[in-house]
Design a protein around this ligand. Structure first.
Ligand code: ZN
Length: 258
């Protein structure tokens, strides 16, 4: 309460100075209201940050995206590996069949020319099919190489995001506990500060607090302007406010404090 001492100097007897409990000082209603506003604004800021922390702790979009990237790369890699295996099995089967025909063809056991021609045709067809498998097998191998690199990258990113998140979570939880303790202390102080304000003034204050921003008390600045709406406060009004009278800004309607 840096203003308490200065206010005392101006307090006229008619203004019912009220005691500020912990310090045993007496302050004007406007000073008591300003003190209450300071506490309430600090409480509002803490509550806003606590809500933000709650939101951040619940949010895991980046983590989900990283997990999804690992899953997608893993699925694709698995599909290409299966394809490569199938193609190689098929190629092996074609080779076995061709080898068997070739062996018979050159064994001398087959002498019928028509049968020999059929076997040669069959062998040529098997070799053609065998060669046709080269390209898809190569394609699968390249895809496996790419997917393996993609999977490694995705796993590294997931690891990074998980550890970042773990440390951020730890920091947020520590901040949350710290803010909770400060909030409790400020709320107790605000309760006490409310007891220094008359019922009618408290009603005015609480109504004004409902407005956007929760600011009920405006300070008159060094240039004589309302700190909230910026309107120039007349010198006679300023004098009344300095004496401790509870008066409101003619433009924004907030309680003035000098
Ligand atoms: Zn104003």
């Amino acid at each position: 309460m840096p203003h308490a001492r200065r206010e005392l100097h101006f307090v006229p007897i008619t203004l019912r100075p009220v005691p500020l409990f912990e310090k045993g000082l007496t302050v004007t209603q406007t000073a008591a209201l300003h003190h209450l506003q300071t506490l309430d604004s600090a409480i509002d800021a803490i509550r806003a940050r606590l809500a933000e922390i709650e939101r951040l702790l619940g949010e895991d979009e980046a983590l989900r995206a990283a997990q999804e990237a690992v899953r997608a790369a893993g699925d694709s890699l698995q599909a290409w590996k299966t394809r490569q295996t199938d193609l190689e099995l098929e190629r092996g089967r074609l080779k076995e069949e061709a080898d068997a025909i070739e062996e018979r063809l050159y064994s001398g056991r087959v002498t019928n020319p028509r049968e020999l021609t059929d076997m040669q045709g069959k062998l040529a067809e098997l070799r053609r099919r065998y060669e046709q498998l080269e390209e898809p097998i190569l394609e699968a191998m390249l895809a496996i190489e790419e997917d393996t690199a993609r999977l490694n990258e995705a796993q590294a990113a997931l690891q990074r995001i998980s550890s970042q998140r773990a440390s951020m979570t730890g920091e947020l939880i520590a901040e949350q506990a710290n803010l909770q303790a400060r909030l409790e202390s400020l709320m107790a102080q605000a309760d006490e500060a409310r007891r220094a304000v008359d019922a009618a003034n408290l009603r005015l204050y609480d109504n004004l607090r409902q407005r956007a921003g929760g600011i009920a008390v405006a300070v008159i600045g060094a240039g004589g302007e309302c700190s909230i709406c910026g309107v120039q406060i007349t010198s006679s009004l300023r004098q009344q406010v300095r004496r401790g009278e509870v008066l409101t800004c003619p433009t924004c309607g907030r309680i003035l404090y000098a």
